[in-house]
Design a binder for this molecule. Structure first.
Ligand SMILES: Nc1nc2c(ncn2[C@@H]2O[C@H](COP(=O)(O)OP(=O)(O)OP(=O)(O)O)[C@@H](O)[C@H]2O)c(=O)[nH]1
Length: 413
């Protein structure tokens, strides 16, 4: 198979294109993967419940104020349950908020600086309970109790306001990411579609290239006919079919006469044009089921399945006549060219393509030797003179195939 340098370059540039797309797709997939992972964490976090916890905890500041005011005005044990209830609530809220922070990994680093304040508040809660108890029996504890209450209020206000800010900032970031994701969906879909379309185009292009090369492998560039490679492959199949179905198959080799003279006199391009014209002429006389191939410079082969000797002779004579009468005025006025044809037909025996080809070639040789512009026939030994029947009884006849007894010349008058 011949692939021109241009074809090769084209072929490799396609591969470079596909590789480029694959690398781009890989990088895009990694970038998208990293971003989606980050976005998944952000979007997956529920800040709503946490905002509620923080707001509830913030409201406790005023409760502490009220509870302590009542107690300070009348420090008796009947007010202790209110203080204890506040402490229980405060402890529960503190625990809940710390728990929430540990479940929000994206928020945790932003509020880690509050850990000391949390510890301080935790230590202040039991202290407040103790001081309140002591104050019932000893009013001198009332002042430290009030002092602690104020410190706790300040501490709680600081912690919960910072937390409030952090949670709102995180929720804002979450909203931003969600918006970005929504905006990114359309370009992402377009990008994926573009990548897919480009890959499809590259693959289709490769496929077309492959088909083109395959066609080139089996086609003659000058005439557009099938070449020898194709002929051999199809002939083997058709011969097997003909033998299985007991149908005759005829084979013709056609060679232009004195074609060298055309080239020498009018030039190679004119010779090419003559080849194309004659090819078109012969093709127009063939059946759809026939295979016309160019097997050499000015040599053609016509494979005719399901065609008896008599039918093949008619076709051969018509071709010879038509070619001879074809006016090649495009080269020079009044130019005509003739063709010599060697013909053979299968017998009931098991002829191979090589054997049939050899018989047709021998017939062509005879046509050339005996004056050109004629059709000669050489048949396998089992063929009977004047009959196209296949005698399977004769299939066992010994070689040689080229026995003179089976040679038959058909020279038209
Ligand atoms: N223009 C052209 N000429 C070709 C091509 N292939 C082969 N030829 C020519 O065909 C000619 C064949 O010459 P020969 O083999 O001497 O045959 P001929 O002149 O036809 O003589 P006979 O076959 O004996 O009648 C040569 O001149 C080749 O150069 C082709 O593709 N284009």
């Amino acid at each position: 198979m011949n692939i021109s340098l241009e074809d090769k370059d084209h072929f490799f540039s396609r591969w470079r294109l596909v590789t480029g797309f694959a690398v781009m797709a890989g990088i895009a997939a990694i970038v998208i993967g990293v971003y989606v992972n980050h976005a998944r964490q952000q979007v997956g976090t529920d800040y709503t419940a946490m905002v509620g916890d923080v707001v509830r905890a913030q409201q406790q500041n005023s409760q502490l104020d009220q509870v302590l005011d009542v107690f300070m005005a009348n420090p008796v044990s009947v007010h202790l349950p209110e203080i204890n209830h506040f402490l229980w609530l405060a402890e529960r809220n503190l625990e809940g908020i710390q728990n929430s922070i540990s479940h929000h990994p994206l928020l945790e680093p932003h509020v880690s600086y509050l850990s000391d304040d949390f510890k301080l508040l935790e230590s202040q809660l039991p202290k407040l309970e103790r001081l309140a108890l002591q104050s019932i029996h000893d009013p001198s504890f009332l002042e430290p109790l009030q002092q602690l209450g104020m410190e706790m209020e300040v501490n709680m206000a600081w912690i919960y306001s910072e937390l409030n800010n952090a949670v709102h900032a995180a929720a804002g970031e979450q909203y931003r990411v969600t918006q970005q994701l929504t905006r990114a969906v359309i370009p992402l879909i377009l990008f994926v579609l573009l990548m897919t379309a480009s890959l499809f185009a590259a693959v289709i292009n490769l496929q077309q290239q492959r088909n083109k090369m395959h066609k080139l492998m089996l086609t003659d560039e000058l005439t557009g006919l099938k070449n020898r490679r194709y002929l051999v492959s199809i002939a083997t199949t058709q011969l097997a079919n003909a033998q299985r179905q007991h149908h005759p198959l005829s084979l013709m080799i056609l060679d232009l006469d004195y074609f060298k003279h055309v080239n020498d006199t009018y030039g190679h391009p004119a010779g090419d044009e003559v080849l194309r014209l004659i090819t078109g002429c012969i093709e127009s006389l063939c059946r759809q089921s026939d295979t016309l191939a160019r097997i050499g410079g000015e040599e053609f082969c016509l494979l005719m399945p399901n065609t008896s000797l008599e039918e093949a002779k008619c076709v051969a004579m018509r071709i010879r006549q038509e070619v001879a009468s074809l006016e090649l005025d495009c080269v020079t006025a009044g130019l005509h060219i003739t063709v010599s044809i060697g013909l053979t037909t299968t017998a009931s025996g098991q002829q191979t393509f090589e054997q049939l080809y050899s018989l047709a070639d021998q017939a062509l040789y005879q046509a050339k030797e005996t004056g050109r512009n004629r059709v000669d026939v050489v048949l396998p030994p089992v063929h009977m003179e004047g009959s196209d029947n296949f005698h399977t009884s004769n299939a066992e006849k010994p070689k040689p195939y080229f026995a003179t007894s089976v040679l038959k010349n058909v020279k038209e008058t």
